[in-house]
Write a protein that binds this ligand. Structure first.
Ligand code: NDP
Length: 279
């Protein structure tokens, strides 16, 4: 693709951003679709966020927001999607012809799509254990509820945070578990890890699967070059598992749709991840 004066600029705004796979994934999708856009990562402090977002959106561009700015971004956009309102987090923005900045949280759609692919069918009615209470857990909880799961048990190291998430997003089907011990002997169709454990090579698994009576499947939102500690623990216990790479691709695909009004080639995005892993 040739970059010209009419090329749309889409950016990843966050701090840090140097580890991100999004530029490779999204530029591969842009090239495959033949759209006139370029995607770059910009390290950005909290004070600069509003300037970047407004300036880029008004210039016809947009982008993604990552740690630690997703909540702040939700408060800055003019038009909030349902996912932004319900999670209080925004990871995708773009402008309209009236100069307004739109925000969405495509982590929710990305999680839902990855979940359906992983389970090879609908998660309706299933019993889920969700670990974590940060931004990723909020997106996952909203996604699980919108998919119509039967019950969600929510556990987080800091109990008050889990209660706050349950208050904001939950309902009668969400129950906070105060201590891990209470999960002993429990039976789940699915366990989701939305903590950040597994991001660092020496991290332990957030859960000892042997303590549960049964876990049908295990889905990690964390991803890395090697198998995550959660995926390794699930595999050792003979439980079908996946890491967060498919969700990463799917949330990027949903962002592409917001910017360009049509779906990208998900295969081109997956190929970009494989290429990155080889380098
Ligand atoms: P946050 O910082 O918002 O939340 C971190 C979570 O991890 C909290 O629940 C925190 O618990 C928990 N945690 C941190 N350290 C520990 C520990 N030592 N033991 C137990 N729990 C711990 O991060 P996010 O929610 O934004 O991200 C979480 C993970 O999800 C990251 O690895 C991120 O890369 C991944 N992610 C993946 C996406 C994808 O597309 N695949 C999309 C978004 C995120 P506490 O409240 O007690 O501190």
């Amino acid at each position: 693709m040739t970059v010209s004066a009419s090329t749309r600029v889409l950016t990843l705004l966050g701090d840090p951003v140097s580890h991100s796979a999004s530029p490779e994934i999204l530029n591969a999708a842009f090239a495959e679709a033949g759209v006139d856009g370029v995607y770059v990562a910009v390290r950005c402090g909290a004070d600069d966020l509003v300037g970047f977002m407004r300036g880029l959106a008004r210039a016809g561009g947009g982008g993604n927001i990552t740690l630690p700015h997703k909540e702040k971004a939700a408060s800055l956009v003019d038009v909030r999607s349902d996912s932004v309102r319900r999670t209080g987090a925004c990871n995708t923005f773009w402008g309209d012809e009236n100069g307004r900045v739109h925000g969405d949280n495509t982590d929710v759609d990305g999680f839902r799509r990855a979940l359906n692919i992983f389970l090879e069918g609908s998660p309706k009615g299933i019993r889920v254990l969700l670990l974590g209470a940060g931004g990723a857990a909020r997106a996952a909880l909203l996604g699980l509820l919108d998919e119509g799961v039967g019950e969600v048990l929510l556990y987080n190291r800091t109990q008050e945070r889990a209660r706050a998430v349950a208050r904001r997003i939950g309902g009668p089907t969400v129950r906070v578990v105060p201590v891990l011990r209470e999960l002993e002997g429990e039976d789940f169709d699915l366990v989701v890890n939305a903590t950040r454990l597994g991001l660092e090579p020496g991290d332990p698994s957030p859960l000892d699967f042997e303590k549960l009576h049964r876990a049908g499947a295990a889905m990690d939102l964390v991803y890395g070059r090697e198998a995550t500690s959660f995926v390794r623990a699930a595999e050792a216990a003979g439980i079908r598992s996946t890491d967060g790479l498919e969700m990463l691709v799917q949330q990027a695909a949903a962002s592409f749709e917001r910017w360009w009004g049509r779906p990208p080639s998900v295969d081109a995005m997956r190929a970009a991840i494989e290429e990155r892993a080889r380098v």
